[in-house]
Design a protein around this ligand. Structure first.
Ligand SMILES: [Fe+2]
Length: 303
């Protein structure tokens, strides 16, 4: 079976496992993939598909695959929408420009498509290698949206492109991929690290059923003089802020300001402010804010 037919059948994993060296994910430094501009040629209605170019489309066939992961470079993000669009061999963008290219069925969205990552966070597509326009290096545009709604707009470039100079390389170096030649065309890998935390439990979380409603419990112990523990629950994964304020409403410290999984969480406060200084004895407020819920509790710190 040809590679093209694999993609048509949706066997994305088969293609990827033959393309990505398994050592790549485990050993690299973990940096977020840098963003790039959306540019003027994105359209919101790209069809879901993994072959973006008709077989008669002029240009060099190219097969791109990759993995979308969270910010530890390890936890794959499944069901992320990977939206890809690019210029044709002449540097022309369909939808926005009149492009003279192989497009027998008058497909308005030629060279554009969205796909979902599989359970391993993998995506793959086949198309033609984009042409040049203006002074820009060849590139694919990406707009990736995770199931949690985090969006990342970026582009990938190709090593050896004569349009890539030193300063360009400094700014876009993490997104310049190398291409291998094969009988069926060029093959490249573009992995994307999103600024999203994995759903795995961290140390301050305890595994628990999801509560019916969000809540914030009184801290324990209270009053306290060393450290105190605060329990709260959230009904769905999302951003959570827990801050401490003094009794006059002055902000003291954020105990959490991040995306968290649904369920019960425990967090500690040791009576210190945002720069680590011990606060005076007195009454303080814990304030929990999530997308849909705000709660507060009063506590007493005794030195
Ligand atoms: Fe572009």
């Amino acid at each position: 079976m040809k590679r093209r037919e694999f993609i048509k059948l949706g066997a994305v994993g088969t293609l990827i496992s033959s393309v990505i060296p398994t050592t790549l994910l485990g050993s690299r430094d973990c940096d977020l993939t840098s963003p790039d501009i959306l540019g003027p040629y994105w359209d919101e209605n790209h069809p879901y598909r993994t072959i973006l170019a008709d077989i008669d489309e002029p240009g060099t066939r190219i097969f791109i695959s990759g993995v979308i992961t969270t910010n530890d470079c390890e936890i794959p993000i499944s069901n992320a929408v990977v939206d890809v669009w690019h210029a044709n061999d002449d540097g022309c963008y369909t939808v926005f420009q009149e492009c003279d290219s192989g497009n027998p069925e008058n497909d308005l969205y030629n060279l554009r498509g969205q796909m979902l990552t599989n359970e391993n966070g993998e995506y793959a597509f086949e198309t033609i290698w984009p042409g040049y326009y203006g002074s820009r290096p060849k590139h694919f545009h990406y707009k990736i949206t995770t199931p949690d709604g985090l969006e990342h707009v970026t582009q990938c470039y190709f090593s050896g492109d004569p349009q890539i100079n030193e300063s360009w390389e400094q700014q876009h170096g993490d997104r310049i991929i190398s291409l291998e030649e094969s009988d069926e065309g060029l093959i490249g890998t573009f992995n994307v690290v999103m600024n999203e935390e994995g759903a795995e439990m961290s140390n301050n979380e305890i595994q628990s059923p999801v509560p019916e409603n969000p809540y914030l419990k009184n801290n324990y112990p209270n009053p306290f003089n060393n450290s105190t523990q605060i329990e709260f629950g959230i009904t769905q994964r999302g951003y959570v802020n827990i801050s401490i304020y003094d009794i006059n409403g002055k902000w003291i410290v954020n105990l959490a300001d991040e995306r968290m999984s649904s369920g019960t969480h425990l967090i500690k406060w040791k009576g210190t402010d945002s720069i680590g200084n011990s606060v005076p004895s007195g009454s303080y407020l814990i304030v929990l804010k999530t997308g849909s819920y705000t709660g507060s509790k009063k506590m007493v710190y005794l030195k």
